[in-house]
Design a protein around this ligand. Structure first.
Ligand SMILES: [Zn+2]
Length: 272
C-alpha cells in the first residue's frame, strides 16, 4: 500500500514536472502558509500556574493595533553549489532542510523562494551580538557561486538592487548587512574572501574600516572586546579573527593581528 502511494506520488511528481518544474513545492508552500495563517488567527494563550500550582486567572482580549514583525538583518551567502538550478532543487526538497529568501544567479537573475516575513533556514547554529536566532530576524540571500569563482558583475548589481529594496522596505540598519561567515565563524566561510563588501558599504550596506587609516589603536585597546561589540561570537577566537579578516580586510589570514590590522579593527570598532 505504502509502495503504491509512493509510486502515485512519484507519477504525480513526474506529471507535475512536465508542466511546471516546481509545482509540487508550490503546492506545499501554499499548504504550509495556510496552516500558519490558522496559527496566527488562533486566540489561545498559555496556561500559567502560580507557585502553589493554582491556575492564574487569565483572559484573551484582542488588541486592534498590530502588524507583522519585520526582518532586521540581511545575511549573505554563497551556495557552494555548481548552478542556480542545483540550488533551486536543494531548496525545494524537504529532505535538505535548508532554504533562503532569495537566490541570485551568475547572470543576475533573482529568484525569490519565501515571503520576507517568514523564517527561512539558512543561518543554522549562529550568533551575532546577543542574537542567537538569526533566522527569525534575517533575510537570507544566496549567491550562486561554487565557493571559488569570482562573483559576477551582474550578480552584484542585482544584489545591490535587492538590498536597496530590502533596506528601504524594512528600515534595516546599515551595520546589519553581514555574511554567514560572520555569524557562524567556526563553521562557515561564505561569502568567500573576494566578495565585494566595500562596494556594498559604499552604497550603505554594511560598515567597513576606512581605506586610509592614520589613527593608531590606543595601548589599552582590547581587540577581543572590539570583535564582540561588532557582533562576533568570540568563543572560538581564532575563527572570529579569521572571519573578521575575511570580511573587513578582504584576506584569508592567521588568527593574529599585525599592528596595521589592529588599527583597522580599532577604526571599524569606532563606527559601531
Ligand atoms: Zn551560507
Amino acid at each position: 500500500m505504502r509502495f503504491i502511494a509512493y509510486s502515485l506520488l512519484v507519477i504525480m511528481g513526474i506529471g507535475a514536472c512536465a508542466k511546471r518544474p516546481y509545482a509540487l513545492s508550490e503546492r506545499s508552500y501554499r499548504k504550509q502558509s495556510k496552516a500558519f495563517s490558522k496559527t496566527i488567527r488562533a486566540q489561545t494563550f498559555p496556561t500559567l500556574l502560580d507557585s502553589s500550582g493554582q491556575k492564574i486567572p487569565a483572559d484573551w482580549v484582542s488588541t486592534v493595533n498590530f502588524n507583522l514583525r519585520k526582518p532586521n538583518y540581511v545575511i549573505i551567502h554563497h551556495t557552494a553549489q555548481n548552478s542556480a538550478e542545483q540550488t533551486l532543487k536543494t531548496f525545494t526538497l524537504s529532505k535538505s532542510q535548508v532554504s533562503a529568501h532569495y537566490l541570485i544567479g551568475k547572470d543576475g537573475k533573482v529568484f525569490q523562494l519565501l515571503n520576507d516575513y517568514l523564517r527561512a533556514w539558512h543561518g543554522g547554529v549562529a550568533k551575532w551580538g546577543s542574537t542567537s536566532d538569526i533566522n527569525s530576524n534575517a533575510i537570507g540571500i544566496e549567491l550562486d557561486n561554487n565557493g571559488l569563482d569570482p562573483f559576477s558583475d551582474q550578480q552584484i548589481e542585482s544584489l545591490i538592487s535587492l538590498l536597496q529594496h530590502l533596506k528601504k522596505n524594512y528600515n534595516i540598519p546599515t551595520a546589519n548587512f553581514i555574511g554567514h561567515s560572520d555569524i557562524a565563524p567556526s563553521r562557515k566561510v561564505d561569502p568567500h574572501v573576494t566578495f565585494p563588501w566595500r562596494k556594498l558599504a559604499d552604497k550603505g550596506f554594511g560598515l567597513m574600516p576606512d581605506t586610509l587609516i592614520s589613527e593608531t589603536a590606543p595601548a589599552n585597546f582590547d581587540p577581543i572586546a572590539a570583535l564582540r561589540i561588532i557582533g562576533y561570537d568570540t568563543r572560538d577566537l581564532a575563527a572570529a579573527i579569521r572571519a573578521f579578516k575575511r570580511h573587513f580586510l578582504g584576506k584569508e589570514g592567521d588568527a593574529d593581528f599585525s599592528a596595521e590590522e589592529l588599527n583597522a579593527l580599532y577604526n571599524l570598532y569606532c563606527k559601531y
